[in-house]
Design a protein around this ligand. Structure first.
Ligand code: ATR
Length: 280
């Protein structure tokens, strides 16, 4: 039996076992995917001990993603760009690491709003944490002309911009207070902050000047339709929810561990939506 898991501290709320369990069952694969709580102080040794442990690999969640990155022998371009890994697998005794958040976000965006790149306008990212970094990398690699980054703490946005020095002339830092005027110029707006999670806080974005072709994405998926997405939908804009990113980011890991590329199906989505609703 092939064994994989998700590690974090704590790990109780992870939906990954449900996602991978669904694929194992529907594809008829003899495998398992469990939750494993690993303390930060034990994490480096845990990752280094993966070869020969009986586990074929794992997903990694907060606060262990940076430690997983450090412990890996080889890292994909997104993991290097973000400085953190959420997917680990073993190949010829080596520890390989990827960050599939970039893939997850961009795949879901393209599936939901296929023409987003045709709208030849800047992309606005709200927030400057790890998720913002993964998503900024996705847009820059996709070849956008301009990326605007706005964060409550401006120095973090500047740091993010400096991190992508290769794309220096494409990145513009926008004051948090000016986010609505930046939104009015954007073709895609992405919330990567935690605002709106469990309906807490408000981004206070003024949609009145936003163009009707603008796509609005949120990485928050509890609730599934955040206030931001609701406001955007009521304004007639195309919206992209956060759950799709969670589902799509799981695909590459499953393929590495279990040898089959799974599909993100409406049935899988409904399963997770049902679980989110049951959890309140
Ligand atoms: P992650 O790595 O998961 O993206 P993070 O590093 O904790 O998470 O980042 C959270 C983001 O939400 C940050 O951009 C944070 O802004 P600051 O850098 O100013 O802290 C943003 N955020 C959280 N609460 C916020 C609030 N009430 N108002 C504005 N931004 C907020």
């Amino acid at each position: 039996m092939i064994k994989a898991c998700v590690v974090g501290w704590p790990i109780t709320h992870s939906r990954s076992p449900m996602i991978h369990g669904y694929w194992l069952k529907t594809l008829g694969i003899d495998g398992s995917y469990e939750k494993l709580a690993v303390k930060p102080e034990d994490a480096f040794a845990f990752f280094q001990g993966l070869p020969g442990s009986g586990l074929t690999g794992c997903n990694v969640t907060v606060p262990l993603k940076e430690i997983a990155f450090e412990a890996a022998d080889e890292k994909d371009s997104s993991a290097v760009a973000v400085g953190a890994a959420n997917t680990i697998w073993i190949e010829n005794g080596k520890i390989l690491a990827a960050n599939t958040d970039t893939y997850g976000f961009m795949t879901h965006l393209s599936a939901t709003a296929p023409n987003w790149l045709d709208v030849d306008k800047p992309v606005l990212i709200l927030g400057a944490g790890g998720a913002a970094r993964a998503i900024a990398f996705g847009f820059l690699e996709a070849g956008i002309e301009q990326l605007m980054i706005s964060n409550r703490t401006k120095s973090r946005a500047e740091k993010l911009g400096e991190h992508f020095s290769k794309y220096r002339n494409k990145i513009r830092i926008v004051d948090w207070d000016n986010r609505s005027s930046a939104a009015a110029k954007a073709g895609v707006i992405v919330n990567t902050t935690t605002i709106g999670m469990r309906n807490e806080g408000s981004l206070d974005l003024d949609f009145s000047q936003v163009d009707s072709t603008t796509v609005v994405a949120d990485i928050v998926y509890v609730p599934l339709e955040t206030q931001l997405l609701k406001d955007a939908r009521q304004r007639g804009l195309k919206t992209v929810d956060g759950l799709g990113m969670l589902l799509h980011q799981a695909v590459p890991g499953f393929e590495k561990w279990f040898g089959r590329r799974p599909d993100v199906t409406p049935e899988l989505r409904a399963l997770i939506v049902g679980d989110l609703e049951a959890a309140g």
